[in-house]
Design a protein around this ligand. Sequence first.
Ligand code: UDX
Length: 472
Amino acid sequence: MNMEEKRAPHVLIFPFPGQGHIHQMLTLAELLCHSSIEVTFLNTHHNHKRLLQFTNIQSRFARFPGLFQHESISDGAPEDHPRPSGFLPDLTDVMKMNSIMSPHLRNLILNIRDDPGRSPVTCIICDGLMTFAIDVANELRIKSIAFRTISASCFWAYLCYPHFQDDKDLDEKALSVPGMEKENFFFRRRDLPGFSRQFPENPLISDSVLELCIKETFNSARASALILNTIEDLESPFLAQIRTKFQKVYSIGPLHSFAKNLRTATKDQTHNHNGLWEEDRSCLTWLDSQPPKSVVYVSFGSITVLTRSQLSELWHGLVNSGYRFLWVRRPGLVSGEEDSDIITGERGFVVKWAPQEEVLGHRAVGAFVTHSGWNSTLESMAAAVPMICWPNSADQPVISRVVGELWKVGVDMKDVCDRSTVEETVRYVMGGGGGEMGRSTAEIADLFRKSVVEGGSSYSDFQDLVKDLKSN
Ligand code: UDX
């Protein structure tokens, strides 16, 4: 191999082992391959197997011969460990997982370097929750970039966390946003990132996971740059704050729209599925037979776990609203009821895992009851579907606040889960949300479209990122 080939950019992408993280980083991998950058995508053995089983990743990336490879390493848990989707309690010991993964990562990079048939890794793009990879990169004198899969608003809230007082009044103003005084926008204590409402019975778990998220947010600054899957015009006040603490921030979202554009431009008909569960496409046929904007889509992402009573309130609220609904009941969604009967109703359709992007883009869908995960939020805004937010933990309380109060593309039902509120909120949003919501969703969807085409801010940040990766 001559020196010229050795300098070819080769990026190792390493997501945190969760659906929302893998989805975003795999989409980035696709975009980089389109820009002729070699990518090695590193997963845990467990998630690697699931991706091979449930997605078309092999055939999809076969379009990039010589540019895409997968690798996998152990997460430390035994093969037969169930790794429940509400994974948090198992990851209280993320540090243990990290210490197991760190030497595996180092060995993998050294093995690639020593393999005469492969070009050496020139940059690690690691999940911002796994900053041990930045240390490995530094030790091996490789460039590193942190990719955090949350919104800029949430990333900034984590950066501010040490300043918060332990105040019990959840409605008290907790964080004003510099530059947003005119909008009179602020976060209340109940809007801050957290885990305590998901694990009230175990404050040790909630505190340690929160502590880890905050620590990793600060640690990300050790990388040469930060990537966020967001849009400059949507989150500029937060991005401006983050830029005061980070050398370089690439704001390149929404990645799924970016990838969709590229597929359209290259006449690529491949279906993009990055899920760790098998997609049930029968819901699209069901949606085809429903009137326009008549269906409420309900999904709580990949890690949220509901209690039986929350499920019951949400379901009754929906049924009482009188609207049709499509509900994703992922295995493990309800605590302690892995395989119990699936709730159906006259106007309801239930699947275990839906092709969400296509569902949100379907003309029959009029609103989205969501846990406010960042992927779901971006997908909903790109499709101009208003949201009914019922956030659960982590970044979700922050996102539902900006969705409801700042961007006005949904209603934040935070911390309330009773059937009458659900019913009333569904009726309000499906009825047009007072007019304003319809205008805001259309404006934001338009802003998203413009950001990922030539001349758009995400498009240009992505070109800068590619230049950065090619400048080894
Ligand atoms: C969580 C966080 O809340 C999120 O903000 C963070 O970036 C990653 O960890 P998750 O709970 O999985 O993620 O939610 P979300 O970010 O919304 O991601 C779920 C993804 O699964 C979306 O891309 C969605 O399209 C997909 N999905 C969900 C399906 O494809 N089908 C389904 O039936 C449900």
